[in-house]
Design a protein. Sequence first.
Length: 255
Amino acid sequence: MLNETLRNSESAFYSSFKEDKHCDYTAADNIEYINSIGVDHRNKKDRDCLWDADLDLNEPLRFSADWGASINCLIVYQRKGRMVRILNAFFVKSPQILDDVFIMAAHYYRHHKHKHVLLHYDRTGNNAKDNSTITSAQQASRILMDRGFSVSLMTKGRAPAHAVKYLLANKILLETDETLPVVRINPFRCKQLITSILLSSVVQGTTGEHKDKTAERDPNYPQEDATHFSDAFDIILEAEGTLNGALHYNDIRVV
């Protein structure tokens, strides 16, 4: 765990996030599978999804992507009822690109039985960029489909205001509203995500609370610890923000 000062910072964007509550330190490896493959295989670094006891092989995967020039982040999660389990996190930094992080995730989950991905992403992924005739979301889909997955593109419409994201995130993390999901993070495979959440601070703007993005513009700051991963976390909270995973904000209001 990171230190107590960071976890309880008054300027935290995720002021309701508690590492000992939202991180599932009981998440374990699939010991039965690991024992079955023998000592030599257990010592290999190229682990895959069959090692993961918290993964339901018969349920679809949900991806949340935040893409950019300096770093591309991808969070993998599943949902059952109110429970949103964040299972894994991948990232690549420049000169690697979007393709590389999706290839990495597809390889890790190559043995997953239900090969369907619900892909959520930053809305810039719906726009063609550079000289490409396809969008980032379409490119990510092609990479996954080439590797045996079917894909549903889930992100549409405009992004909510930053102040609404702030209010929604903290309302979900409080866990006092039974119409909202419960979030648990695997801390062993999502270390950069947790660091990004803990280090995200809030600043007051003219339209309400905003996330401080200063670190994203600092070339000396480790971008895997900056706010990119927490932005992908916001995408999950937005997508899963009601009991049925439909996007609306109930009584979330900016006042």
